[in-house]
Ligand binder design. Structure first.
Ligand code: HPA
Ligand code: ZN
Length: 339
């Protein structure tokens, strides 16, 4: 009987990433380079010192340092370099498609024009498609700790660039900032033809997931871990066929789970939920896409058929066309046949 080489299987398994914050892919090395290039002071003396600061006990701990890090991003080229560094990393993870978030308010609140941000990111995404063969969609996230008016202002500012924006999302501090706060701005985004996503049930209660579904009418749930506390909610998500973008190393870093062996990923699959594996903020949480795949696969002893399901879910939960999804599904089956 041949041994199943899980690491080799994951390494070449075609996959998509559906939950990735571009600002969360800012590696300390690039942070230093950009700080120097833009003559910005950062409160760290070395890359080691930065990494040592990446110990979080909850979401807010992380967000404080994440917004601070994003302060080195100033020029169109900075946003290009950030995005291209990410794409280069995941190209090596057999990642074929990405649907990525960015946080415009983190930049516009520092006086950076939203056009500069979108231009740098989308130029890199186009090059990623041309040179790395990675297709992509770009999702604009509203910061939920800011008010509704600020979210509306962001949507208005993005108006000239909507040809480059696929959808809107909702991120930042969850508890105390329920989806209901953004029902009207999501309705306005929907009216502009944008797809709708929201972080829900990462730290927030099942009620926030219900609100994201019923009030925001989202197409996909980011995280969704705490949905498992509510059987009726699980049934609803399964019935609607909604995808959950789950982030194992993020959950571990932010203490959403105590250890990866206690992670609910397999439970989600067993309950008929379309879970996927994603990295969230890989520069902060200890690894990119395949590092997440391998860590959770080892912790839960995921079998080949479960890994295949997770890879299939990453494409079926994406917004590729039916023909594109079918081509990727076949590539997964072909890869699996070799093991
Ligand atoms: N949750 C909420 N906001 C975020 C996250 C997250 O995991 N990552 C970046 N912004
Ligand atoms: Zn996230």
């Amino acid at each position: 009987m041949s041994h199943f080489d899980r690491a080799a299987f994951i390494a070449g398994l075609p996959k998509a990433e559906l939950h990735l914050h571009l600002e969360g892919s800012l590696e300390p090395e690039l942070m230093f380079e950009l700080a120097q290039r833009n003559q910005i002071d950062i409160p760290f003396k070395s890359v080691e010192e930065v990494r040592a600061a990446y110990r979080f006990s909850n979401l807010q701990d992380f967000l404080d340092i994440y917004y601070q890090g994003a302060g080195v991003l100033i020029t169109e080229q900075d946003f290009y370099d950030l995005t291209m560094a990410y794409l280069t990393k995941v190209a090596a993870d057999a990642c074929r498609h990405v649907e990525v978030f960015f946080d415009p308010q983190t930049h516009t609140d520092r006086g950076i024009d939203i056009g500069i941000v979108i231009s740098g990111i989308s130029r890199a995404l186009a090059d990623g498609q041309a040179h790395l063969g990675i297709s992509s969609k770009l999702i604009l996230c509203f910061l939920r700790h800011l008010d509704e008016e600020a979210a509306f202002a962001t949507l208005t500012a993005a108006e000239p660039y909507l040809d480059k924006i696929f959808g809107v999302g909702l991120d930042s501090s969850e508890v105390g900032h329920p989806p209901s706060k953004f029902a009207r701005v999501f309705e306005a985004a929907r009216a502009k033809g944008l797809h709708l996503f929201a972080h829900a049930g990462e730290e927030g209660p099942p009620a926030y997931v219900w609100e994201a579904l019923d009030l925001l009418k989202i197409d996909r749930i980011d995280h969704g871990n705490r949905a498992l506390e509510d059987d009726a909610l699980v049934a609803r998500i399964a019935q609607d066929g909604l995808t959950l973008t789950v982030c194992p190393l993020s959950n571990l870093s932010l203490c959403v789970v105590k250890d990866l062996k206690a992670h609910p990923l397999r439970t989600m699959l067993e309950k008929g939920l379309k879970a996927t594996i994603n990295s969230d903020d890989p520069a902060y949480f200890g690894g990119y896409l395949n590092t997440n795949w391998l860590a959770i696969a080892e912790a839960l002893d995921l079998k080949k058929d479960e890994l295949v399901t997770l890879a299939q879910n990453s494409f079926s939960g994406s917004y590729l066309t039916a023909a594109e999804k079918q081509a990727h599904a076949r590539a997964i089956t072909d890869w699996a046949a070799r093991f």
